[in-house]
Design a binder for this molecule. Structure first.
Ligand SMILES: [Zn+2]
Length: 307
C-alpha cells in the first residue's frame, strides 16, 4: 500500500490529481528544477531528473512511497544540466527526449564533463562571489542566488556527476503507455532547439519544463525567441488548467502570460535602437545579469537573421 511521502530537503511535493505529483524544488536544495511524478497505470514516470543523482534519489523514494515502486520511465524536457544530470540515478531505465536533445548532449558531452570538475566549480563559485557586490535590484539578486545554488549543488556532488543523454528519442509527439492518455509533445524550438512538454488531457495538467517560468527569468540563449511565442500558443491550445513550470510554483492557465510578456518584451527591446525604453513587461527585471545576457543574445540572434 502506498504510504506518506518521505520528507525531502530538495522538493516540496504537491498532489495535482490521483497518481500525479509535482515535485517543486526548494530554493536551498540541490534539485534546482521542478519535476513531475506520474503513475501511468502501466509503469511510473519521472519528468525531469534535476541537477544531481542525490536529489534524484528523493524522486525515487517519492515514487516508491506514492506508487509502490521505482520509476520505470524517465523524460528529459530539454538538455539543460539542471533538468537532466539526475539521469545518472536511473541506470537501466529508458530515458526519453527529443532527437535534438540527445544529439546536443552527445555533441557537448566532453565539454560539459570538463566543466563539472570540483576545481572548475570552485573557480566558478569564486567568480560569483566577486559579482555579488555589483548586484543592483531584487531581480539581479534573485538570479544571482539561483546561479550560486546551481553551482553549489554541482560542487557538492562533483564526484558523482555524469552526463547521461536520453537513449530513446521522438520528434513531435509520443503517446505514453497506460489509460491516462498522457503524451509528450514537442512544438519545435523555443527555450532550446526542441523542448518537450508532458500533457495529461484528462486532468488538464501540463508539465512545461523551462518553456514556462515563474518568478525567475527564463534563459533565451539556447533557443529561438520568436518561435517560443508560437510554442506558447500551441501550449495554450491544449487548454491546460494547471501548469508546472521548470522553476517556481504550480501556475493556473493564465500563468503563461508572464513568460509571453517577458520573451516578447526582450524581442522588442533587442530590436529597438539603443536607449529605447524597456517594455513594461520586462522593466521589473532591469539591472539583472540574466536580462543583459538575454538582450545580448537576442540582438545578435536578430542581426544574424537579418537579410
Ligand atoms: Zn532550461
Amino acid at each position: 500500500m502506498p504510504g506518506p511521502l518521505p520528507p525531502s530537503e530538495n522538493y516540496a511535493y504537491e498532489t495535482l490529481a490521483d497518481g500525479i505529483l509535482a515535485a517543486i524544488h526548494r530554493p536551498e536544495g540541490h534539485a534546482i528544477c521542478n519535476s513531475g511524478l506520474l503513475d501511468l497505470g502501466e509503469g511510473r514516470l519521472v519528468f525531469d531528473t534535476g541537477l544531481t543523482a542525490d536529489s534524484a534519489g528523493d524522486l525515487v523514494a517519492a515514487s516508491d512511497a506514492a506508487f509502490g515502486a521505482d520509476p520505470s520511465l524517465v523524460v528529459d524536457s530539454h538538455w539543460h544540466l539542471d533538468h537532466m544530470l539526475g539521469n545518472s540515478r536511473f541506470s537501466g531505465v529508458p530515458i526519453w527526449g527529443t532527437r535534438r536533445t540527445r544529439e546536443i548532449l552527445l555533441e557537448r558531452h566532453d565539454e560539459f564533463s570538463a566543466e563539472l570538475t570540483r576545481a572548475k566549480l570552485d573557480q566558478e563559485l569564486a567568480t560569483l562571489e566577486r559579482q555579488k557586490r555589483h548586484l543592483r535590484g531584487e531581480a539581479a539578486r534573485a538570479d544571482h542566488a539561483f546561479a550560486v545554488q546551481f553551482v553549489r549543488g554541482l560542487r557538492d556532488s562533483a564526484d558523482s556527476l555524469r552526463v547521461v543523454p536520453p537513449d530513446q528519442t521522438y520528434e513531435t509527439r509520443l503517446a505514453l503507455p497506460g489509460a491516462r492518455g498522457a503524451e509528450l509533445r514537442s512544438f519545435g524550438a523555443g527555450h532550446t532547439e526542441a523542448d518537450t512538454i508532458l500533457f495529461l488531457p484528462q486532468e488538464k495538467v501540463l508539465f512545461a519544463g523551462d518553456l514556462v517560468a515563474a518568478g525567475i527569468q527564463p534563459s533565451l540563449g539556447s533557443g529561438d525567441p520568436e518561435h517560443w511565442l508560437v510554442v506558447l500558443d500551441e501550449i495554450e491550445r491544449l487548454r491546460p488548467e494547471r501548469i508546472v513550470p521548470g522553476h517556481g510554483p504550480v501556475l493556473p492557465a493564465d500563468g503563461i502570460a508572464e513568460v509571453r510578456g517577458y520573451v516578447s518584451g526582450v524581442l522588442k527591446a533587442a530590436a529597438a535602437r539603443k536607449g529605447a525604453v524597456l517594455p513594461a513587461a520586462i522593466r521589473k527585471w532591469e539591472g539583472s545579469l540574466s536580462l543583459r545576457e538575454n538582450l545580448n543574445f537576442t540582438r545578435k540572434w536578430l542581426a544574424d537573421r537579418a537579410p
